[in-house]
Ligand binder design. Structure first.
Ligand SMILES: [Zn+2]
Length: 62
């Protein structure tokens, strides 16, 4: 039985949002227990900063 080469990685890291693997050398953001890849960063930031979102001209003035 031929032995196949297994590339052992120290750990696999997956993006919390899209589930894709974050490979070595790739940037990611670890925030609030989530690992976010660069592709998902804008979506994640948008969700995280949703409470601070405002629309110009429709700001709530106290
Ligand atoms: Zn992602």
């Amino acid at each position: 039985m031929p032995q196949t080469m297994h590339r052992r990685r120290r750990h696999c890291l997956f993006c919390t949002l899209c589930g894709r693997e974050i490979s070595t050398g790739q940037e990611y953001w670890y925030c609030n227990g989530s690992c976010i890849c660069a592709d998902c960063l804008s979506d994640f930031a948008r969700a995280e900063l949703a409470p601070y979102r405002a629309t110009r001209g429709k700001e709530e003035c106290p």
